[in-house]
Each structure stands twice: as C-alpha cells, then as structure tokens.
Design a protein around this ligand. Sequence first.
Ligand SMILES: [Zn+2]
Ligand SMILES: [Zn+2]
Length: 186
Amino acid sequence: MTAISRETILIAPIGDFDADILYAVEKMVPRIFGMPCRIEPLLDDIGFAWNAERRQFHSTAILAELSGKAPIDAFKVIALTRKDLFIPILTHVYGEAQLGGTSCIVSTCRLTSGISTVGQRSLYLERITKETAHELGHTFDLRHCKDHQCLMHYCRSIGDVDAKSSQLCRYCEVLLNDQLKREGRR
Ligand SMILES: [Zn+2]
Ligand SMILES: [Zn+2]
C-alpha cells in the first residue's frame, strides 16, 4: 500500500491578487477544513472560457481545466479570479464547485458590490473567505443549507453574503467531518 500523497488544498490565483486576499484564504482553509494549503497558480489564461455574447467567463469550463492541471499532492483546488463568471442558467455566479469533486472557483468581481475595497477592506476579505469556504465545502460534498447563518447557505445577493457568519452550522460541520473521515482525512 502506498500512502495517500494528496495532502494539500491548493489555492490557485488566476492573475495577480493582493497578498492580503491570498493570506485571508490561506488562514480560512485550516480553520474550517482542518487541512494544510499552499498557493500555486495553475492557470493564467482563461480565454478558453470566454463567452463573447455574455461578455463573461463560463466557470464550468474553468473547473474542468483546473482539475486536469491539479498537481499530484493537491487534494482540492480553489481558484480565484477577478473576472465575472456565469453558468448558463444564471446571470452571474460568485463561484462554482464540482460537487464532491476536485475543483472550485470564486470570482471577486461582484464581491466588491456596494463597498470600498480599500476603506472596507476587512468586509471585502470576509466576503471572499466566506465564498471560498462555501465553494470548497461543495467539493467536500456539502449541499446548500437552510440556515441563513451557515457558510453553506445559498446567497442570492451580496446582502445574503454579508448576513451569514464565517462558520459552518453544527449540522454541516458534522457532514464535513464525516466526509473527511470517509476520504481518510480525519
Ligand atoms: Zn453553493
Ligand atoms: Zn449548514
């Protein structure tokens, strides 16, 4: 038997990101998921996912590309982009994940809504970490949660994002721990 080598959650920024954004996500991963993480870009050009009609990027196409590029030690991949993302049935998405799969992505594009990303920096960082935790949760097979305070609550608006806490509810935490055990992580 060989030991499982996929030990890390990879944070893969697409393009340049301020260090404090990456640092905030880097702190969130062990806090919520109890796993180590590291930062390593996997994609720099997402032109293949561009939809000229909508003038947005199709997130599902990016997820497939990320999973194909994930290094051997990466258990999950969280990509970050500043570009606006969509899936065909919605006008835009804050992010998307492969449910129970490898990859997820979060766009910071709409998370700036209604705030100054300089003057309200901590609120901006909070939005980003909430959404990355939410999408990463989906890769651990967590579904949407009815609890408005829970990280896995589905947010229709930026107000919903601000209203939820930075924690999983007790129910989702149990589901996550079960999943981590199932995958040999706990
Ligand atoms: Zn979701
Ligand atoms: Zn929950």
